[in-house]
Every structure is written in C-alpha cells, then in structure tokens.
Write a protein that binds this ligand. Structure first.
Ligand code: CS2
Length: 494
C-alpha cells in the first residue's frame, strides 16, 4: 500500500477524493493549538474546502501539539512524514461512506521540542487566527470556579518565565506580546471547545494571564484582540491503534493517522475577527451576531444526552453509543430528558426547531457505522458535566420540576467514578481534572457526600434541596443493588 504524503496525491486510490489545490503555495494563516481528531474532522475539513477556492492561499493551518505524551510524540513524527496529510472517512446514518484527503495543515510543530518555532509562527504577521481545541478541562479554571487559575503550577512556572510557555494561554500571551512589541496587529483567538461562551472564557483566560505579567499588555490585548464565541459540532470517535489498519484498507492508502466522523457537521461563529478571516460562509459555516442560543441548544441537548446515555450504558457493559441507543430504556430516557427536562428551558435559535434537532441528534447517535465509544464520552466528566448538565439541574431545582432523571444521571456518574461496572468488571475512569480527594468523596459511607465535589458547585444545589439529594442517594443504592438497566427500566416507565 502506498504511503500517504505529497507524492501520493497524484495517484490516489479511486475511492479517496482530494480537493486538488496546490499546497506548495499556501501560507498558514491559522495556528491551531492541540490537533486532536475533532479539529482534524471539523475545522480542518472546513478550511480544506476554503483552500480549494481561488484567493485563499493565506489560510492554511499550522498545527501545534502542546502536550508531552506518547500519543502527541507519535503525531509529532507522523504528521511531518505525511506532509501534514491525513484521510477523513465520514459515515452517514444510512451507512454511506465518503473518504477524502485533508490537506489544510501544511505545517505541524511540536511545542515541547519546537517552542521557539511555535512562537515565531504565532507572532508572524501572516498568522491571523489562533484557534484552540484544548478540551473543556484545558481552560485552567480553579476547582469549582469559573476563574482562570493563576495558582496552577504550570501557570506559575509560565508567569515566572514567560519566554518559555507551556500551555495554550502561555503561548497566546507571549505571542501577542511579541506582536505588540513588533507593531504587528493581533490575531483573533477562536475557541472551538464545548464551553458556554467559549470565546468569553478564552478571553478571560488570556487577559488574566496577561494582566498577571504586564497590565499594559493586557490593556492592549483587551482593546485590539477579538475572541468570537463559536458552536462546533461533529461526532468524531477516537481511532484506537487496531482501527488504523481497517480504515487504511477502506481508503486504500497507508495513513498512520486516519480520522473518522459522522457526515453531519455544524459550525456557528460570531463574526468578530480582528485581523481578517477566510470566507467560511461559502463552505457552510454560519456567521451570526450572537452564538449563545446555538451553543445552549447544542451543549444542553447533544452533549448532555451523550453524558446521560454514556454512564448507564458503560455500567451496563455496553461499548458504543449506537449500542446504547438500541436499548429501549436508554432511548426512552433520552426522549424524556430532552422533552421534559431540557427543551422547556431553551429558546430555539433563529431558523432552528428544537424538536427536529432532537430527532436528528437521536438519529446521529444511532448511526452504527460511526462506532463512537462510550468510554470517550464518559471521560473527563469532571469538566464536562458542569457545562452539559449543571444549568439544567439548576433550572429544575429553581423551578421545582421533576429531577429524577437528572438525579439518576448523577448517581450513574458517581458509580462510574468507583471504576466497576454492573458485571463486576473493573475499569479506570479517565478524570484528569478530579483530584484523588475529590474522587474519594464517592467512596464515603454517606452516599450524598459525592455532591460535595467542587464540580457540583454550579448545579444550584442549596441546603433546601433535600429531595434531590435523597433522590441521588436512593438511585445510588438502587444502582448498587440492581444495576443500571433495571433501575432505568422502572424510571422511564414511571
Ligand atoms: C461528546 C462530544 O465528548 C463528549 O462528551 O459529547 O465530544 C461530542 O461528540 C461533540 O461535541 C459533537 O460535536
């Protein structure tokens, strides 16, 4: 099988499409921090289409790896070997597949080894957007607060030695400092993470970090740099090493880093770019004045449903989202959760019908060819649940509406943190943002202690919410006794 690289573009297998633009004359106008599968299936896919249009040669991507992990070191070798190329296979709910080469990333830099090159690229006048997918947990909030954590060890290290940044925010602030010093206009900072007001959160992080170093720099950033909010959507499962050969057999090329995704994609961005932008609207991106209603609908309906199905599904021994959707109890839970707990709290964004959105998202979840792993979704619940589920719980408690499904979701999460499923199988919960002391609260004899975890601060729980606390405790006991599916069976029938 042919290796995927620039030379292979002239003789690709027939099932593999390629937009055919000349990659030799592109400049990276976007620096993307943290090149995960989602970025490659989503933003890079949109930019790949942008680059296929004449006059967009300045909008290629320079990808940056930030983390010093084996997986990132692997990418740091493989991307340059493949000239930044990779394949994306997309599957629709009816099973149709398309395979394409994505060529938008013309440069890849690995920050732990190429720090200075990353800063130079970010400070270059040709760089006009810095985008990020650093995950919900990457925004460095002090535990249980929405505030950027200046006390975090990495941040302390960066503040003591700003010329050697380690985190996304350290890099952004140092690059903006260099731009200010050189008289170069700033870049737009574009968050592509599933956070409420992701642009505002990114702005707060950058300004807090900058202010701790130099108030004048913070003032310059505040008055010149924009941080549009954006809503991003495309289900992109992980690709475990054993999947790579299967995908390569499908695409007909030897790609060390193939990506798969559903065919659905949505990107809604506030049109506030301080240093120009590509014609994203020509490739289907929705440019709007206020992204908030879109973001609420997406995060509280899609992402929250994912969490609501993934914890009981994983406890029941299931592996994928589509398998979970085949269980009538799980489907009923999601229908009830969306119809009764979420949709009544939302305002439909212009041009969007929430009932239709619900039907579409359930069909997307049921797509068997995507094979999205429950373990991907359960991971990092410590940072996801406060955004995905917290506001819905707060709303229900405030309004005095039925909280049983929400209490069930939290009880399943607490049980997942114990790392043992209903069949007695052990697993290790992936919770990078939760300390051992926090997780230990789930093991206390007092089953309500779990709600003292700082991640629950924003769930609106007050001392008067005995009923809700009792519901969580009762579900925890029942889950222990009967397992997730039996408990769920009764819950959705009542
Ligand atoms: C998922 C998201 O990680 C999660 O919990 O809900 O990754 C989801 O697949 C994407 O946001 C879809 O756009």
């Amino acid at each position: 099988m042919t290796d995927l690289n620039s030379a292979a573009l002239s003789h690709l297998p027939p099932q593999l499409s390629w937009a055919g633009y000349d990659r030799d004359h592109l400049t990276p106008g976007v620096v993307h921090l943290s090149v995960g599968n989602f970025h490659r299936a989503h933003q890079a896919w949109y930019l790949n289409q942008v680059l296929a249009q004449p006059g967009h040669e300045g909008w290629a991507i320079c990808g940056v790896g930030l983390m010093d992990t084996p997986a990132e070191r692997f990418k740091a070798r493989a991307f340059p070997e493949q000239d930044g190329l990779y394949t994306l296979s997309r599957f629709s709910p009816n099973g149709a597949a398309t395979h394409e080469v994505i060529g938008a990333m013309t440069e890849y830099l690995y920050a732990p080894e190429q720090m200075e090159a990353v800063l130079e690229r970010m400070a270059a006048p040709t760089t006009r957007i810095v985008s990020l997918t650093i995950t919900e947990g990457g925004y460095n909030h002090a535990p249980g607060t929405g505030n950027y954590n200046l006390e975090a060890p990495v941040t302390q290290q960066e503040l003591a030695d700003p010329a050697h940044p380690l985190s996304a925010f350290g890099f952004i602030v140092e690059a903006l400092r260099r731009r200010q010093a050189a008289g170069t206009p700033p870049f737009t900072v574009l968050s592509c993470d599933n956070l409420r007001h992701n642009g505002r959160v990114a702005r707060d992080a950058v300004l807090t970090h900058a202010r701790a170093l130099d108030p004048a720099l913070a003032d310059w950033i505040a008055s010149t740099t924009t941080f549009p909010n954006g809503m991003v959507d495309r289900i992109t499962p992980g690709v475990p090493p054993e999947e790579v050969a299967r995908l390569d057999a499908m695409t007909g090329i030897d790609d060390k880093l193939p990506v798969i995704a559903e065919d659905f994609g949505q990107w809604v961005i506030e049109d506030r770019f301080c240093n120009g932008r590509p014609s994203l609207e020509e490739v289907g991106v929705q440019m709007v004045g206020d992204v908030h209603p879109y973001e609420l609908a997406k995060v509280r309906m899609l992402n929250a449903s994912h969490s609501m199905l993934a914890y009981p599904g994983l406890l029941a021994g299931l592996e994928t989202v589509s398998e979970a959707l085949q269980q009538p109890e799980i489907r009923a839970l999601l229908e009830q959760f969306l119809d009764r707990d979420v949709i009544p709290t939302l305002q439909a964004p212009a041009g969007m019908d929430l009932e239709t959105y619900k039907q579409v998202l359930l069909a997307r979840f049921a797509n068997p060819t995507v094979g999205d792993q429950l373990s991907r979704i359960t991971g990092d619940g410590g940072s996801k649940l406060p955004t995905f589920l917290g506001p819905t719980v707060a709303h229900a408690l405030h309004r005095g509406t039925d909280t049983r499904r929400l209490a069930f979701g939290i009880a399943c999460f607490a049980r997942y943190l114990l790392g043992i499923d209903d069949k007695g199988r052990h697993f290790t919960p992936f919770e990078p943002q939760l300390s051992e002391e926090q997780i230990a609260l789930t093991r206390e004899a007092d089953l309500s202690a779990v709600l003292r975890m700082s991640m629950f601060h924003d769930f609106g729980l007050g001392t008067g919410d005995h009923d809700f606390i009792e519901q969580v405790v009762a579900f925890r006991l029942d889950l222990r006794k009967r397992g997730a599916m039996a408990v769920l069976h009764d819950l959705v029938a009542s």
